[in-house]
Design a protein around this ligand. Structure first.
Ligand SMILES: [Zn+2]
Length: 365
């Protein structure tokens, strides 16, 4: 199994096309054509992580936070990041990052976080704009099945828990092949009119190039007529945060205790909300203050996230229960999800959660 193939698998869990514009996901160091000897999964990469991976015989580190994030101008070893990069390169360690692409993925970090906290049937809190395309093509009736199939296989036609969704209209297509053409049906210089099928389906925008290529490859015509539309409706399955309802309403203090237990948090900061019980809950692992207003608009009783500033509590803390459960605590579950997924998929090498995983923040009690 090559590093490239492992990265392709990670892409199915967290498509890189779903990352935020400021992010830097994917393979950051290492040769994609190298055989994987073992995988270490962590949240943050330090020199200790690289040392551990060398000791455990793992030549791949999968992490949530990008090691190389804002760009590197030199590699002299003067910062922790530079030293970790140098060490990774020296020991031929491949680093693969899945970050906001995993946060925004349909079954990504927030989906699992919601499940852990007992939120049922979670939906995306803030669906991504511009995340859907529609791809349309016209092909002879005899080729419609294979063209449609090729588009499905490339990721087209998936709507929530349904796949192979398409719409097909029969009609009449016309063309006249010009000199130099080599038509699949008809002859140069002769007007042609024949039965065709208009095949159309929704496609996540990050897969639209792949679907168009697959469609063109399967299409029998020399010149393929096709259209790609940007859809105005967002994909309700991709985007930031998740929300849903608890099975039964829970009093505030009981709810805070539950969050603390489930996330293994040492301390929780929460607002002076005056409501009695919590039922509708939004979650966003990591820094989620950008979702507060959205959560209020959607009528959440509580929003669980991290990195909340003082003024988030003063400005919004009475509109809903704001819960800062910690950045590390709300993202930690990523390591288990990814380790398990990699172990399930690949049996030729071992995958471990890093023993160096620890909260960089200490709580004094
Ligand atoms: Zn984070």
């Amino acid at each position: 199994m090559l590093v490239r193939e492992l990265a392709d698998f990670i892409e199915t869990l967290a498509p890189s096309g779903l990352q935020e514009s400021y992010d830097n996901v994917g393979i950051q160091t290492g040769d994609p054509e190298t055989e994987v000897t073992g995988v270490l999964v962590t949240l943050d990469i330090t020199e200790g992580t690289i040392e551990e991976s060398v000791k455990k015989g793992c030549n791949v580190v999968i992490a949530h936070h990008p090691l190389i994030f804002k760009g590197l101008k030199r590699l002299t070893g003067s910062t922790l990041v530079e030293r970790a990069v140098i060490m990774a390169i020296r020991h031929h360690i491949a680093i693969i990052i899945l970050h906001t692409n995993f946060d925004n993925a349909p079954r990504g970090l927030n989906y699992h976080l919601a499940g852990k906290l007992g939120i049922r049937k979670p939906s995306v809190l803030s669906p991504m704009d511009g995340s859907l395309h529609k791809v349309v093509t016209y092909c002879p009736e005899s080729a419609a099945d294979s063209v449609r199939e090729a588009m499905f296989m490339a990721g087209g036609g998936r709507i929530g828990e349904y796949d192979r969704c398409s719409f097909n209209t029969e009609g009449t297509g016309t063309y006249r092949p010009l000199e130099g053409s080599d038509p699949y049906i008809g002859s140069p210089g002769e007007f042609h009119s024949g039965r065709e099928v208009r095949v159309e389906m929704v496609v996540p925008s990050y897969l639209s190039g792949k679907v168009v290529n697959a469609m063109r490859k399967a299409h029998p015509y020399e010149e393929v007529a096709y259209e790609v539309f940007q859809m105005m409706n967002s994909d309700p399955y991709t985007g930031a945060g998740m929300w849903g309802e608890l099975e039964t309403p829970i009093p505030v203090i009981e709810f805070i205790e539950k969050v603390k237990q489930e996330l293994g948090a040492e301390g929780i900061r929460y607002s002076r909300w005056e409501g009695e019980a919590i039922k509708r809950v939004g979650v966003c692992g990591g820094s989620g203050s950008f979702l507060i207003e959205k959560a209020i608009r959607l009528g959440m009783d509580a929003l669980i996230t991290s990195d909340l500033k003082y003024h988030a509590f003063t400005d919004y803390g009475k509109s809903l229960l704001l819960v800062d459960a910690g950045h590390f605590e709300t993202e930690l579950l990523m390591t288990g999800i990814i380790t398990e997924a990699v172990q399930k998929k690949f049996t030729t090498f071992a995958s471990h959660i890093s023993a160096h995983l620890r909260n960089p923040i200490i709580y004094h009690k």
